[in-house]
Write a protein that binds this ligand. Structure first.
Ligand code: SF4
Length: 184
């Protein structure tokens, strides 16, 4: 029987380790998708991309890199004036793209490494994925990848994969480092 094909939206290298390993173990054919215009600045985007390339090489997984669509303005236009709900629009932007590419590529499912993070709004991501899939041909594959949180971190450290210090956008970078302004 042919393997079921999954398009996995990937936010970064460390978060991809457990979901990729798990999906492969379940017998899925997995292709990754790196589409993250939310990441600021460009140098950080490239660093995370390189980390993912290392992970993909080790796990022998093909990844589609949407570098031509790295446009910070795209992300900012999604969230401006509604910054308090920015994560919702950020998830939506990335999942919409994943769903569209999965449809075009005749995948059976799409899903995301955002379901791996303990710091993301897990139920909101799952709901968005299901809503976007609707009753279409390409279904959203919900997996609570948080079960592999510790395992993924352990392996990323063993492999010395770059681990980022903030979620990704300019707002999260500011929140992470604003203490520099007061010298604390
Ligand atoms: S904090 Fe993270 S999920 Fe939320 S908007 Fe910023 S990059 Fe996106």
């Amino acid at each position: 029987m042919d393997k079921k094909r999954v398009l996995l939206h990937i936010c970064c290298g460390p978060c991809a380790i457990y979901p990729l390993t798990w999906l492969k173990k379940q017998g899925y054919e997995v292709v990754g998708l790196y589409y993250n215009p939310n990441i600021h600045p460009l140098q950080e985007y490239v660093r995370r991309k390189q980390a993912l390339q290392e992970v993909a090489a080790r796990l022998e997984v093909k990844v589609i890199f949407k570098d031509e669509d790295y446009d910070p303005g795209l992300y900012l236009r999604q969230v401006v004036f509604r910054e308090e709900n920015r994560c919702f629009y950020c998830y939506q932007m990335r999942l919409e793209r994943a769903a569209a590419i999965a449809k075009r590529g005749n995948f059976d499912y799409f899903t995301t490494t955002l379901l791996y993070s303990k710091f993301q709004k897990h139920d909101q991501i799952a709901g968005l994925g299901r809503d976007l899939a609707g009753s279409g041909k390409v279904q959203f594959l919900y997996v609570d990848f948080r079960q592999g949180w510790k395992q993924g971190i352990k392996i990323s450290k063993e492999w010395k994969i770059y681990r980022q210090q903030y979620c990704g956008c300019i707002y999260s970078e500011f929140e992470r480092y604003k203490k520099l302004l007061t010298g604390q």
